[in-house]
Design a protein around this ligand. Structure first.
Ligand SMILES: [Zn+2]
Ligand SMILES: [Zn+2]
Length: 185
C-alpha cells in the first residue's frame, strides 16, 4: 500500500498511529494494517517508510517503533524484539520483549520456571487473580493488567497528539462507527 511520505520523525509517528488500533481487551494484539515487509523466513513485519529532507528514503520496523515509544529508545545493538504472542504484525508493547537472539530461539518451549515463580510484575504490581491475564502466545505467559492500563493511557495520549476520533453514521442505521483520522494542522 502507499505510505504517506514524511520528512521528519513526527510525520513518521503520525503515519505509525494511523495504522494501528490500540483499544482492545488487554491480551489482544494491536495488529498493524499498514505496509509490511517479509524477512528471510517469510514472516511479515510492519514497516513505516518516509523520506528525509534531501530525499533519502528511510524505513523502520513497526515493532521497533513500538519499543521506542514504550522505552524511549530503540533496542540496543545486538538485541532484538521478540513477539511473545507470535504475531509478527503485532505492535502491542506488552507483547514485545527486548531480548538476545539466544533467548529468542529458546522461547517457544514455554515460560521459564523463573518467570512462573514471580509474584510481581517488573513494575511491582502483585500478580493477583484479578490483575493477570494470559497472552495468547506460546506458553501463555502472565501479563499485568495494571501495567497494560497505564500503557493504554500513555499510547492514547500519544495518538491523540496527531489523531482524533470521529463518529461515522452507518448507512444501514446501525450503531455509529468510531474512526481515527489525522488532525489537520
Ligand atoms: Zn500481540
Ligand atoms: Zn505491572
Amino acid at each position: 500500500m502507499n505510505m504517506p511520505k514524511g520528512t521528519n520523525i513526527q510525520d513518521h509517528q503520525a503515519n505509525y498511529w494511523q495504522h494501528i488500533r490500540i483499544f482492545g481487551a488487554p491480551a489482544e494484539c494491536w495488529t498493524w494494517v499498514g505496509g509490511t515487509r517479509a524477512n528471510r523466513d517469510g514472516q511479515r513485519y510492519g514497516q513505516v517508510s518516509w523520506k528525509e529532507q534531501g530525499g533519502r528514503s528511510k524505513n523502520e520496523a513497526t515493532h521497533r517503533i513500538a519499543v521506542r515509544l514504550r522505552d524511549g529508545v530503540f533496542p540496543s545493538c545486538g538485541f532484538w524484539v521478540d513477539h511473545l504472542c507470535r504475531n509478527t504484525l503485532c505492535v502491542n508493547p506488552l507483547h514485545l520483549e527486548v531480548t538476545t537472539p539466544k533467548i529468542n530461539s529458546a522461547r517457544g518451549l514455554g515460560p521459564t520456571a523463573a518467570n512462573a515463580a514471580k509474584t510481581h510484575c517488573d513494575n511491582g504490581h502483585e500478580f493477583t487473580k484479578d490483575n493477570i491475564y494470559r497472552h495468547g502466545g506460546v506458553g501463555g505467559g502472565r501479563r499485568c493488567k495494571a501495567c497494560h492500563s497505564r500503557l493504554l493511557r500513555k499510547y492514547r495520549d500519544l495518538k491523540l497528539k496527531t489523531h482524533k476520533q470521529i463518529r461515522v453514521k452507518r448507512e444501514d442505521g446501525g450503531l455509529d462507527r468510531r474512526v481515527w483520522v489525522p488532525r489537520v494542522p
